[in-house]
Write a protein that binds this ligand. Structure first.
Ligand code: C5P
Length: 221
């Protein structure tokens, strides 16, 4: 996050000398442990939402909770975009968490029934028909265009099934990263001050010790 590199996007086997590179190994067991395992039941409203859900935060939870409240019997499917896709539209070194880590964070959320790991960026006809989606939701954040500049929500918009949901929360992953960067600078400045104080105390103690030794040797003469 702080190095602003994209090294975490490639499948790195070694360790960085500065930070531990995530050695996260996704397994089907892990997914099972986190998943609800529930299939949609007759009468459920199948709601599809898509995004990066990077650094899964309270803004995401508030959004999913608001989506959950839209129906008596909601069945929420989250479409997670692959890392390369997220990087294409978000830029910099995003996403911070890889798709495996994002999958488990989202699956652990009580409002989520199912996750599409590596969902297509555009919400296509096939996807809507395959999952028998009744409603597609997006929060009040920006909708990034697809590679060719088209609207990824064109199909649900055409079907009249796209709903904008206000999470009532403006927190974003970018804001979290900015806060951490700002706090690191404050932390570094505080540590520099502390270090200078400690060095002054050590030097004063050394001087005292030297003077004591000098006094003792003079007394022996
Ligand atoms: O930015 P990201 O792709 O992770 O967002 C996933 C979904 O969560 C989007 O629909 C976005 O609008 C919504 N969201 C929200 N309120 C926030 C953060 C995200 O409604 N504070």
């Amino acid at each position: 996050m702080l190095l602003m590199t994209k090294a975490h996007h490639s499948n790195i086997k070694g360790h960085s000398p500065w930070t531990g590179v995530s050695q996260f190994l996704q397994t089907s067991q892990k997914i099972i442990q986190f998943a609800s395992g529930q299939e949609p039941q007759p009468g459920d409203t199948i709601i599809y939402v898509a995004g990066a859900f990077d650094l899964f935060h309270i803004g995401h939870v508030d959004f999913l909770e608001a989506v959950h409240k839209l129906s008596e019997k909601p069945y929420i499917i989250v479409g997670l975009h692959f890392d390369q896709e997220v990087n294409r539209y978000k830029g910099k070194n995003y996403p911070i968490m890889n798709v495996h880590e994002r999958t488990l964070s989202v699956l652990a959320c009580r409002y989520v029934s199912e996750v599409v790991i590596g969902a297509p960026f555009a919400v296509t006809k096939d996807l809507l028909d395959h999952f028998k989606v009744d409603l597609v939701c997006h929060g009040k954040t920006e909708i990034y265009p697809d590679k060719d500049g088209s609207d990824p929500y064109a199909e649900p918009r055409r079907r009249g099934m796209l709903r904008t949901v206000d999470s009532g929360n403006t927190l974003t992953s970018d804001e979290i990263v900015q806060r951490i960067i700002k706090n690191r600078l404050l932390f570094e400045a505080r540590n520099k001050k502390k270090e200078a104080k400690e060095i002054a105390v050590i030097q004063a103690m050394k001087r005292q010790e030297e003077e004591k030794t000098k006094g003792r040797s003079q007394a022996l003469l």
